[in-house]
Design a protein around this ligand. Structure first.
Ligand code: MCA
Length: 501
């Protein structure tokens, strides 16, 4: 399993650097093992049992990584939360998951203390300053492992919340077996090596940054250098230092690097792997990157419920606009969305996925879990696509109305719910409008209440109090009515035509 491979690296190469935050002291594999064991023992001393949910809402930091690995090691369920979630969202995730323990940023203590009384299952919140030295706080805990490593592949390692177009966010349960299967197939497909150096600039509360990037490097016994947040100028300077062999990003990050380069030409061809994912890679960026950096981006396709499914090859053609063939151990098919019968090549249908990497279900939602799978066990991704005769897949659309901005999914109903709480809003509809930098931007169309004089900035700010910043509308347009079909249902495609510039 993934944790066993990591333990082997810790034993076999204790002096090698495992992770290092930029401009901070490095952490070797030997030190990582000690810190994770101490953190595990700390969690055990708090009474954390297998299956308990351990929530973490901290910036990208060493303690975050230790809590993650330690929770997984003692068979607890790690629940990472975006530091940007305001209290309304945080309260929902903590209540729904009935987390027993929360690690949070000390700066948020007053706000979190205020919601804690609504959360009877949350026994304890520990506040940390992420910059402070966590290791010294657990120096009294034993550096030996005192609990058996998880051996059941069906044991849940972490849960990650994903939204839906019709429901509140659901906790996707990712097992140790899922993580192990996914990382093994990526290891094979992307040729991870012990001497790889990863520049890690992604957030680590998602599968992309946590599993694909960080686990990828640790599973290989390689070194990950982490930026706490993405800074294009710093990332470009580091990439040009010729130290790195692997870098992973979302199109918005690649767009910023490309724009930063301007007319300059750079040679990053010494890097063996630069990936793009979480949103479709625009063709102009694919070609522009090639010209500017002498690198062909490798586009791949994944989702929270599965980790990575499809990927352009490391060697061989990285095809523009395509997400490549299935990864080793992954089965994919294209079906007619109505009958769910497989379609011939080149015909567009729903992408369905099967494999040991596919999650086991949604926390406490057997009905939603059942709906996610076909009777014979294929995961319904909700994404549309086609298979070319040579086995490459191309995505052709996504679950109805889903917006992707900067590589993050936004589901309009969540935003609409927030907007409807505003006294000046009589009705609203949220859409994504194309945007060069972000892929899409969240735009709200609002019908004001009679007599109300709503203000765009104030409505945006109102949403941000309830929603993470990336979900809040960037633009609010006031309208008298919405385009609707005969049944009165808002036609969002028409709305996009009129409102997107
Ligand atoms: C930040 N902001 C955003 C986003 N990120 N708004 C919309 N969409 C976003 N994604 C807000 C900030 O709060 C800020 O608001 C304003 O935009 C500008 O912030 P800025 O500093 O420019 O942004 P940033 O902090 O540099 O972040 C941009 C980013 C980031 C680096 C592209 O969004 C990011 O790291 N995205 C990667 C997401 C990711 O890892 N996705 C994987 C999930 P204000 O100025 O008003 O305060 S999907 C996944 O895991 C599956 C498995 C997969 O296939 O990968």
């Amino acid at each position: 399993m993934f944790l066993d491979t990591l333990a082997d690296h810790c034993r076999n190469q204790p002096d090698k650097i495992a992770i290092q935050f930029i401009n901070r002291p490095p952490v070797t594999y030997g030190e990582l093992e000690i810190a994770v064991n101490r953190t595990s023992n700390f969690l055990l001393s708090l009474g954390i049992q297998p299956g308990d949910r351990v929530a973490v809402q901290l910036p990208k930091s060493l303690p975050f990584i230790y809590f993650h690995l330690a929770a997984a090691q003692i068979s607890a369920i790690f629940l990472p939360l975006n530091p940007d979630y305001p209290m309304a969202e945080l309260r929902y995730f903590l209540a729904d998951s009935s987390a027993r323990l929360l690690f949070a940023d000390r700066r948020k203590q007053p706000e979190i203390d205020a919601i804690a009384s609504d959360l009877p299952t949350l026994e304890r919140t520990l506040f940390l300053d992420p910059a402070e030295d966590w290791e010294s706080q657990i120096a009294d805990c034993s550096a030996e492992r005192h609990s058996p490593m998880p051996t059941d592949p069906n044991q849940t390692a972490m849960m990650l919340y994903t939204s839906g177009t019709t429901s509140r966010p659901k906790g996707a349960l990712i097992t140790h077996g899922n993580l192990t299967a996914n990382i093994a197939s990526l290891h094979e497909a992307w040729g991870w090596r012990g001497d790889d150096m990863l520049l890690h600039a992604l957030p680590i509360f998602h599968v992309h940054g946590l599993v694909v990037a960080l686990h990828g490097a640790l599973h290989a016994g390689a070194t990950a250098i982490l930026l706490p947040t993405f800074d294009a100028a710093m990332a470009l300077e580091l990439l040009l230092s010729r130290r790195f062999s692997v870098f992973m990003g979302v199109p918005t990050m690649h767009r910023r690097l490309y724009q930063l380069a301007g007319d300059q030409r750079y040679d990053l061809s010494f890097m063996r792997l630069i990936t793009s994912g979480s949103d479709r890679l625009p063709d102009d960026l694919f070609f522009g990157y090639q010209e500017t950096f002498k690198v062909t981006l490798l586009e791949r396709y994944g989702m929270t419920e599965t980790g990575m499914n499809l990927s352009n090859p490391l060697l061989g053609e990285r095809r523009v606009g395509s997400v490549g063939p299935p990864l080793p151990g992954v089965s994919a098919r294209i079906v007619d969305p109505a009958s769910e019968t497989p379609l011939p090549d080149d015909e567009v249908g729903e992408v369905q996925i099967k494999g040991a990497h596919v999650f086991k279900g949604y926390w406490g939602q057997p009905q939603k879990t059942a709906e996610a799978f076909t009777p014979d066990g294929w995961l319904r991704t909700g994404d549309m696509g086609l298979r070319e005769p040579d086995g490459y897949y191309t995505l052709k659309g996504r679950a109805k109305d889903l917006i992707i901005t900067g590589g993050l999914n936004v589901y309009p109903p969540e935003v609409e719910l927030a907007l409807m709480r505003h006294p000046a809003v009589a009705a609203c509809a949220v859409i994504g409008c194309p945007d060069d930098e972000w892929g899409e931007q969240v735009v709200a169309a609002v019908i004001p209440r009679d007599g109300a004089v709503p203000n765009e900035a104030e409505i945006c700010a109102f949403c941000r109090e309830q929603l993470a910043a990336y979900k809040a509308p960037r633009r609010v347009v006031f309208v008298d009515e919405f385009p609707a079909n005969a049944l009165g249902k808002i036609q969002k495609a028409k709305l996009r035509e009129t409102l997107c510039e």
